[in-house]
Ligand binder design. Structure first.
Ligand code: ACO
Length: 444
């Protein structure tokens, strides 16, 4: 990165010397002030819980303009990708920086397809989970367990190991997700079918029963594929930052991704889709919305699926999901929670509380309604998010591995605890240990 001609000057009211800070310009988006030398030169840290004003890395993968409500993968608007591409092309784009040509696309898809099976021993892990275990907890455990299966190819400094790990994770996530789904139902696990597309094969592993060949509804398969595109990456969100933080300690990508998946499970992040659906159920009918909004405004509860750290405008993914919902409903029948959601959105978008705080529906507000119409229970929603986010986590992890400026992540703190003080009591247990120690030393 080359600093711009403009510099920031930091001055202190106590007469300490001023400091000049370099400024970098991104290709689009806000300028960034480089504070790396701040502590060395001033002995002071910055304070920014939740990273409200802190860029932790330079990235060329995804760009969000929160004010405009715009999302780009490698420069391409999400709407265009959702309309013209499939999830495999999107994966290739995120990992490699360019959309694939026909040959590259076929080769990449073949590679992913050939890695969809998981070691049969994985089923022993599954058996250890209770039937009522949350599928996201199961998934997180299974992803971490992959590290134990592939310890021969987890050298993060080896580009071939990095590439094969990424392919394995993208390929195996639907298989693990389907296993966690069927474990809950007590249904036998279904092996992948390599004749099918990524989304169709996932449907096969979820829903095939006794029929010899699963035939996927093209509408549902395309809807899932679009949902996968929309969820593929979202720059430095909580789970991606977790992936990078764990990766910065040079843990292997399977372990780092287990951490990312755990972060995604949180209700303020990917877990919000499950919570949003439960909220719609709790509201129950359009007539109950005003009372619910009243509780939100009183600060008693949050409107789940609303608000975002970056978007201060409509989340473009939510807009696309609304369109996909109509297509899905033509096959599955209408999920009448959509009526509650639309009315909730209408009221929220005209209410001063939400307008003032720029709170708009995010990706999680409508996705659950579609997933439920497809037949998923709310507990599966975050798993469905984790499948496509895998490629984003890995593209960001690859970028971290190639970034010479990155160091192990290690934030500082402002310490507000006690200053130095003396221990004034003396415990008998400490004496007993000292006597035991003396006896051992004397004995020999
Ligand atoms: N409902 C009601 N009020 C809200 C909501 C909400 N969903 N979100 C934010 N606010 C209010 C806050 O109370 C705060 O009000 P105040 O200024 O009076 O204190 C103000 O809006 C700003 O909110 P913050 O919490 O400071 O915003 P932050 O950027 O820290 O949080 C977050 C963003 C976590 C997404 C938040 O909006 C939220 O909890 N939303 C609900 C959960 C959700 O949908 N998460 C999914 C996000 S998308 C994703 O991760 C895939």
């Amino acid at each position: 990165m080359t600093p711009s001609d403009v510099k920031a000057t930091l001055s202190f009211s106590d007469g300490s010397p001023e400091m000049q800070l370099p400024i970098y310009k991104g290709s689009v988006g806000p300028d960034v002030i480089d504070i790396r030398k701040l502590y060395a030169q001033t002995g002071k840290f910055t304070y920014d819980p939740g990273f409200l004003s802190t860029a932790s890395c330079a990235s060329s993968i995804t760009y969000i303009d929160g004010d405009k409500g715009e999302l780009l993968y490698r420069g391409y608007p999400i709407e265009q990708l959702a309309q013209n591409c499939d999830y495999m092309e999107t994966c290739y784009l995120l990992l490699n920086g360019e959309l694939p040509n026909v040959t590259e696309r076929a080769a990449f898809t073949r590679l992913v397809t050939r890695h969809t099976m998981v070691n049969e021993q994985m089923q022993f892990f599954l058996r250890g989970f209770r039937r009522d275990a949350h599928p996201m907890a199961i998934m997180t455990g299974l992803v971490g367990a992959l590290s134990a299966f592939y310890h021969d190819s987890t050298d993060i400094n080896n580009p071939t190991h990095r590439e094969i790990s990424a392919i394995r994770l993208i390929a195996k996530m639907p298989t693990l997700a389907a296993y966690s789904y069927r474990h809950r139902k007590g249904h036998p696990y279904i092996h992948p079918d390599n004749d099918l597309s990524y989304a169709e094969n996932f449907m096969n592993m979820l829903w095939r029963m006794t029929e010899p060949k699963y035939v996927a509804s093209p509408v549902i398969a395309r809807a899932l594929d679009i949902l996968f595109i929309l969820h593929a990456d979202h720059e430095q969100n909580c789970s991606t930052s977790t992936m990078r933080i764990i990766g910065s300690a040079e843990a292997d990508p399977y372990l780092a991704m287990a951490g990312a998946a755990a972060a995604l499970a949180g209700p303020l992040h990917g877990g919000a889709n499950e919570e949003a659906l439960r909220m719609l159920d709790e509201i129950g009918s359009v007539a109950n919305i005003p009372a619910y909004i009243k509780r939100v405004k009183a600060g008693e509860i949050k409107l789940m699926g609303f608000g975002h750290r970056v978007y201060k405008n409509y989340d473009p993914r939510a807009r696309i999901i609304k369109e996909v919902a109509d297509q899905v409903f033509e096959v599955t029948g209408r999920n009448n929670r959509i009526d509650i959601a639309l009315e909730l959105e209408r009221i929220a978008l005209s209410d001063e509380y939400f307008v003032k705080r720029k709170l708009y529906p995010n990706v999680d507000f409508y996705s659950g309604i579609i997933y439920q119409a497809m037949g998923f229970g709310p507990e599966m929603f975050t798993v469905l998010f984790a499948i496509p986010r895998t490629v984003g986590w890995l593209a960001q992890w690859n970028e971290l591995m190639a970034d010479a400026e990155q160091k192990i992540s290690r934030p500082r703190q402002i310490y507000l605890g006690e200053d130095h003080r003396k221990v004034t009591t003396h415990s008998k247990a400490a004496d007993a240990i000292a006597v035991k120690h003396k006896e051992v030393v004397t004995a020999g």
